[in-house]
Design a protein around this ligand. Structure first.
Ligand SMILES: Cc1cc2nc3c(=O)[nH]c(=O)nc-3n(C[C@H](O)[C@H](O)[C@H](O)COP(=O)(O)O)c2cc1C
Length: 249
């Protein structure tokens, strides 16, 4: 178990900074994993450090279900039975609005770009609905990762707790990088929240937030070469350093 106020690691500050930056910058959504198992103690170690993330008034609103082995297969099978039957998918609903009701620019443009970049790498045409369906369905096989994480939150919590949750998810993903592991956070599971709740005996009071695949990336797979763009920090940051003109005396 980690000790929160342990002394800093005995490595130079620049090495520490490089290591933290490396873990942040090399985190990417991985969509093909090796079958290499991830020991339960590694999952526990990741959750053990991720739990130190900040949350408003220390509410710590997360609850994690870890699925591995036969339990993961059972969950996948239950979801796939519905996913592959359009008469059943038509009846699915979402636990909450993750995406906007109406997409606007620049978000719609970024969404389209990442989608077509991924399908482009895989050689899937827009018109090839079967291959698109199959590729999207890989979400529910956790992209072959040995570990699936399912996240829930108490329905009584406010919208702000989802900010806390995002930090928790990022902490898990960064802690995974520090152990040579990769992840894919997955909102694709939200549509199947009722099936997930049933399979994992999640109480009604808990709302499904999202899933995550965890494992070792398969470097030979083309989908893992997807490079996503980022805006320069200067494009979304405004520095305020001088007083307003009117008050500048
Ligand atoms: C909360 C959340 C949900 C996501 N859901 C999915 C998903 O269901 N399937 C998927 O393939 N990628 C999913 N992603 C990955 C994003 O597409 C990815 O983070 C984004 O394109 C940026 O790419 P990068 O993570 O590789 O830097 C999700 C990311 C987040 C943060």
């Amino acid at each position: 178990m980690s000790t929160r106020f342990a002394s800093p690691p005995s490595i130079p500050t620049d090495v520490l900074r490089s290591a933290v930056d490396w873990a942040l910058v090399t985190r990417r959504a991985t969509r093909a994993f090796l079958p290499t198992p991830v020991p339960r103690m590694d999952v526990e170690a990741i959750l053990d450090v991720a739990r130190y993330c900040a949350s408003g008034v220390n509410t710590q609103p997360w609850h994690v279900h870890v699925v591995m082995g036969a339990a993961k297969e059972r969950l996948t099978d239950a979801i796939m039975r519905v996913y592959d039957d359009s008469s059943l998918t038509a009846k699915l609903d979402e636990p909450y609005d993750y995406y906007p009701q109406e997409w606007t620019s620049p978000y719609i443009d970024r969404r389209r770009k990442v989608g077509w970049d991924l399908y482009g790498l895989l050689g899937i045409q827009k018109s090839d609905k079967d291959r698109m369906h199959a590729q999207h369905g890989r979400n529910y096989r956790f992209f072959d990762a040995p570990v699936g994480l399912m996240f829930t939150i108490d329905r009584s919590m406010g919208r702000g707790s989802l900010i806390d949750y995002g930090m928790f998810l990022q902490s898990i993903m960064v802690a995974a990088r520090a152990r040579g592991l990769d992840t894919c956070p997955q909102a694709a599971f939200t549509t199947f929240h009722r099936i997930i709740a049933e399979q994992l005996a999640i109480p009604e009071q808990q709302m499904f937030v999202c899933g995550m695949s965890l494992g070792y990336a398969d470097p030979s797979r083309i989908e893992n070469s997807l490079a996503t763009d980022r805006e320069a920090a200067s494009n979304f940051t405004t520095f305020h350093e001088t007083a307003n003109k009117e008050t500048d005396q």
